[in-house]
Each structure stands twice: as C-alpha cells, then as structure tokens.
Write a protein that binds this ligand. Structure first.
Ligand code: SAM
Length: 294
C-alpha cells in the first residue's frame, strides 16, 4: 500500500477555473503540449499524465486552471452551491475549495471563507486573488466562534467543512510512518482523538446555522475515527435538525465503512486503488424542512 511502483503514479489533475476560461479552451491550450483527457466524474476537471510539470504554465500562473486533486475537486461539486447563494467555507486556507465554490456559483452570491491560522491567511488571499473571484469575504478567526444566529449569517444555505485532519490518506503522511522518528502509538491516538473532537464540534456547528440546507464534510484521512465515527456521532442531532445523509457521486462504488446505518451514502477514496485516501459526507435538509420562499 505504501509503495507505488514507478509507472503507475498518480495522474496530474487540473481544475479549470471557469471564472476565467471555459473548459474547451483550457483543454485545447493544454493539449498543445500534453495529452489531456476529461475526468468522467468531476465537471471541468482535466487529467494530464503523471508528473506533468505545470508550475510555470501560463494557465496556472494566470489562475485559469488550478492543479487540484480529484478528491479535493469532488467536495465543492458534491455541495453543488447555486449562483446567488450565500455559503461558508469553514476551514478555508489555502483556498482551493473556496475558489472552486466561487466558480460553481459563477461568481454570484457570497462566500465567507473562514480561516483560523494567521500564516495561512496570506495563502488564502493569494488563491482568491488569483482566481479572479469577487464574491469571497475572508474572515480571520475560529469557525466555532461564528455565531450562527447573527444576522449576517441568516441567509447561509450551504457550508463546506474541510477541517484539519491527520492527512493519513496523503502519500506524504503514509510515508511518514516509515521514519524512525515517527511518534509512538499513544501519541497517534491522542492526536487523532483531539482532531476528531474538533471535527465533531465543527460539524455540529455547521449544522446549526438556521438556513443551511447542505453541509459537506471532508477529510484526507483514512481513519474511521475522523470519518464514519464523526458522522455517526452527529447523526442523532443532525436528524433532529431535519438533516439526512445524501449520496455524493452515486456512481462511485467505494462507500463508507459499514459501521453505521447509512454508510452507503458516504464516499471513500482508497490510497491503493485511487492513489489517495479521502472521505466525503453530505448532509441535506429534508425537503419539508426547507422554507420554499427562500
Ligand atoms: N479547504 C482547504 C483547501 O481545499 O484548500 C484546506 C483546508 S485544511 C484541511 C484545514 C484548514 O482549517 C487549515 O488551514 C487550518 O488552519 C484551518 N482551521 C483549523 N481549525 C480551524 C478553526 N477552528 N476555524 C477556522 N479554520 C480552522
């Protein structure tokens, strides 16, 4: 699982920033130099050969395309915010999913991009600037301190929650475990418990915004404690608030671990099969609970 033989390395995924260029045009320009395919699952996502070096390509430098993994690009797509909506990206930096939301919303409506870490705010600002989106408000602070009942959040219809996680689905983290300096099992457990504690709190907080209709939760972790267990612990409350689990990308076959009712709604990516580990859960308010006048 840890060893990736040369030759079957991960393709390079590129998301077209439709705020700046349409997918046909980007694809045409890239195919002058590279073999380009369209991803069958995520709209506006292009697949280039592994190890394609794009860092100085004009489309990248100008923010017309973003090098962004397939799993990462599935999160905003799963949330499917509409132009004109008001949306929160709860844990936003460096902002890849924030600017994806902006593209899906055609630059219309409002996105509040919340980020706690001061050093990462600059990266978020740079990403937003590069994207050309003008409907993103950056908020430097703790998502848990945003008051769901404050008038400025009364129209929030969707929340993307991609909180800090162990990163155990990423190649770098998986290789870390091979290092002699790697922390002990006890350290790992304590760290995971802490992360899961925050993830649960943040998910409950997201579900508590009064007009929110959809919340997408994602991690680049393969640990059940950060994924299925987080979902399962918030389900009773979610359900009392009128939410149910929806099925992002129903055609995707790898679903959640069968440790809770409704695990088939959850989406998993597998490090061995998909070259990255990832998790997505989508909460949707049942139709009867949505005020149709909005
Ligand atoms: N969604 C981002 C993207 O796709 O570019 C990646 C987000 S990263 C996994 C998680 C981010 O959440 C980090 O930048 C971290 O600093 C931030 N964060 C952690 N705790 C937070 C909190 N309580 N409120 C807001 N942001 C927080």
């Amino acid at each position: 699982e840890l060893y990736q033989p040369p030759g079957i390395s991960k393709p390079c995924f590129v998301r077209v920033n439709t705020l700046k260029v349409d997918v046909d045009s980007a694809s045409r320009q890239l195919s002058e130099q590279f073999k380009v395919e369209r991803d069958a699952l995520v709209p506006n996502l292009l697949i280039l050969p592994p190890n394609t070096d794009l860092h100085s390509h004009p489309l990248v430098l100008g923010g017309s395309v973003f090098v962004q993994g397939r799993a990462s690009s599935m999160v905003a797509t799963a949330l499917d915010p509409r132009p004109g909506w008001q949306v929160i990206d709860a844990c936003a930096a460096p902002g890849n999913k924030t600017v994806h939301l902006a593209a899906l919303m055609n630059g219309k409506g409002k996105i509040v991009a919340c980020e706690l870490n001061k050093d990462r705010i600059k990266r978020l600002e740079d990403t937003v600037k590069l994207s050309g989106a003008r409907n993103i408000e950056i908020f430097h602070g703790d998502f848990l301190n945003l008051d769901p009942h404050h008038s400025s959040f009364s129209q929030i219809r969707a929340i993307l929650l991609d909180p800090s996680c162990s990163g155990s689905g990423t190649a770098a983290q998986r290789l870390d475990h091979l290092l002699p300096s790697h922390s002990t099992h006890d350290d790992d457990t304590e760290r995971l418990n802490k992360l899961a504690g925050f993830q649960k709190k943040a998910l409950i907080h997201a579900l508590s915004f009064p007009s929110v209709e959809k919340v997408v939760y994602s991690t680049c972790s393969v640990n059940r404690i950060e994924n299925e267990d987080v979902v399962s612990s918030v389900l009773p409350l979610a359900s009392s608030l009128g939410f149910e689990l929806s099925t992002p990308f129903p055609q995707w076959t790898r679903r959640g671990l069968p440790v809770l009712q409704g695990s088939d709604h959850l989406l998993r990516m597998d490090p061995a099969e998909d070259k990255e580990g990832f998790f997505i859960a989508l909460f949707t308010k049942k139709a009867t609970c949505i005020d149709s006048s909005q």
